[in-house]
Write a protein that binds this ligand. Sequence first.
Ligand code: AMP
Length: 336
Amino acid sequence: MTTPNPTPSRRRSLSGIKSTGHPHLGNYLGMIRPAIALQETHDAFYFVADLHALTSERDPVAMRQQTYEITATFLACGLDPQRASFFRQSDVPEVTELAWYLSCVTAMGELERAHAFKAKKDEGTDGAAVHGLFAYPVLMAADILIYDAHVVPVGKDQIQHIEMTRDWAQRFNHHFGETFRIPDAMVQKEVMTIPGIDGRKMSKSYDNGIEVFMPQKKLKQRVMQIVTDSTPLEAPKDPETCNVVALYKYFATEDELAEMKAKYRAGNYGYGHAKLALFEAIDRSLGPKRAEYDRLMADKGELEAVLREGARKAREVAFDVLGRAREKVGFHRRPV
Ligand code: AMP
């Protein structure tokens, strides 16, 4: 489709991460690392989804701290703020205004079928769910459409929301005339679900995560807490069902992984040895970035400067797209 504003020379990719809890290895491998890689080929827009976090986070001190932790993690892992725009969702107020326009073309029934609310409904706790949780697919659609995003890299679980975004954008375009670019999901098939120390999906809500930049000593302690069975040291072990190997494969070289698997099968190799090897592999990969993370966390001024500059760039685009939408519904473009 053609949109009234100039098409960026690179396709724009858009991604967000909620500021709840501390970033863990699941976030790093599943989202942060692939997102940073995309800055090479795309006009990358990344945001800390603090408005989404507000549906569950009630501690303002934690909200601020977690926003900085995510920002410092991205920067320490190689995000280049000169190329990518990195910002706080709440610093672009245009997005909440657009969410309202979209909510006026959204059916209640569609939102009732959205994953997060449906899970509450199935549990029988939907009556107590906050409106923000019910309405969050609309805000997510606004997050995507307001930046004229071409692609949204997502895991399989998020496809439903991209489909909804496309539907609402098309509906709006149909009623009011061409306004929004219709985004595509970029499904990352190769991104698996990273397991936590108990073997379930690594998740802030299960308290089974390994934080990306925990101090070295704590990292070692956390790795040692990975749940394994009670097979004795001498006995052969199955690497395919072990929680340690499940994480090791993301940090080890192919040779190292093959070697560990062979040791498991041969016996006389304990889980303690495997955990130590995992700790060393994680530390080898992330340790050199930790100093930069610590430096950034010690100077919030630099993080603020990155977030503000990112918001300035994001708002330029958002202001323009919102202006288009305002004109289409019969309002006027606000003066700059
Ligand atoms: P959230 O904290 O829910 O905003 O998640 C941020 C990003 O991290 C999303 O793209 C998730 O898909 C990704 N993510 C979170 N946990 C995992 C996990 N255990 N394995 C893979 N990706 C994950």
